[in-house]
Design a protein around this ligand. Structure first.
Ligand code: ZN
Length: 133
């Protein structure tokens, strides 16, 4: 795995949290994007080499809405950049990690993504991402 590409943070409201993170990071939100498949609105910030991705649910039954219901707002996932998704997924499966989707799906910010189940990663949802070609 390469660097931490971004950290995903579940928030109730982008309207509230975008200005908050702009103040916190002293950096303007450079992009917002709807990811229909995941029922989330996202907002991106740069913090050096790493990005922060805020996630707001667009649906009361969406994964982010459910996450916030259970755990409250906060860190939802950590995303690592990989160079070769297929090889990395194979390696992780062999090591015993539970890959939630072996076929990469479209994520925000021009990425294809796979997720590892938190029960095999000490409670942390791990996203693997690779730039779309
Ligand atoms: Zn993400």
């Amino acid at each position: 795995m390469q660097k931490i590409e971004h950290i995903g943070i579940a928030v109730k409201s982008l309207t509230h949290s975008v200005p908050l993170f702009e103040q916190l990071l002293n950096s303007l939100c450079y992009k917002t994007e709807l990811v229909e498949g995941e029922k989330v609105n996202t907002a991106f910030f740069k913090a050096g080499e790493t990005k922060i991705e805020l996630l707001e649910s667009t649906d009361a039954e969406g994964v982010i809405a459910r996450f916030i219901e259970k755990k409250g707002e906060g860190i939802h996932h950590i995303a690592f950049e990989v160079t070769d998704m297929e090889t990395e997924v194979k390696r992780l499966k062999k090591e015993g990690f539970l890959v939630l989707n072996e076929v990469p799906k479209p994520g925000a910010d021009n990425k294809m993504v796979c997720f590892l189940h938190p029960k095999t990663t000490n409670g942390i949802l791990i996203e693997l991402c690779v730039e779309k070609k």
